[in-house]
Design a protein around this ligand. Structure first.
Ligand SMILES: O=c1ccn([C@H]2C[C@H](O)[C@@H](COP(=O)(O)OP(=O)(O)OP(=O)(O)O)O2)c(=O)[nH]1
Ligand SMILES: [Mg+2]
Length: 156
């Protein structure tokens, strides 16, 4: 059972014709951060991703993300661990003004063909707040203790 705060923001979801019979994304456990996304590939025509190859997998869903939020598309650890399947552009970004079909860019880093059947849970989505910054150009960056140190400058 999912326990959501009464004030939870609303994500409107449109199911496209090829996604009509698929379950809507849902939190699988009460404290889940992500909701799984299902593959809206054609029934009886599974999509196969060969080792080293990638594929853009349809979800059959269009989102209306409220302003001030985004959706991140992330891999599922089980598919990554067992099959070497991950999202190539992880985390994928779904902008709040995007009204196209949400798609999942998977890559097969395993050594066997990976077969995606209709309804398979291929990735997860995290609904998250975002803040848009004002970009202001300056002539000099302020001094800090770190300065330009990075990429391991503090040691292991
Ligand atoms: O995994 C993803 C990533 C993106 N998108 C969609 C929603 C997102 O709002 C749009 C643009 O994504 P992004 O900004 O990452 O791609 P881009 O290469 O910068 O394309 P654009 O020029 O359209 O912004 O593509 C997906 O459906 N799945
Ligand atoms: Mg972009």
């Amino acid at each position: 059972m999912t326990i959501q705060a009464p004030s939870s923001p609303v994500l409107n979801v449109l199911r496209l014709p090829h996604g009509q019979d698929l379950d809507l994304p849902a939190y699988e456990t009460s404290g889940a951060a992500g909701m799984d996304l299902r593959a809206a590939v054609t029934d009886g025509e599974p999509l196969t991703i060969a080792p080293g190859k990638r594929a853009l997998v349809p979800t059959g869903l269009v989102f209306e993300i409220p302003a001030g939020f985004e959706v991140q598309i992330r891999p599922r650890s089980g598919l990554a661990f067992k099959n070497g399947i991950t999202c190539l552009n992880t985390p994928g970004t779904i902008d709040s003004d995007y009204r196209g079909e949400v798609k999942v860019l998977l890559i097969n880093l395993g050594d066997e063909d990976f077969v995606i059947a209709r309804g398979m849970r291929i990735a997860q989505m995290v609904f998250a707040p975002v803040v848009q910054a004002q970009v202001v150009e300056v002539s000099e960056a302020s001094a800090t203790a770190r300065g330009a140190g990075g990429f391991g400058s503090t040691g292991v």
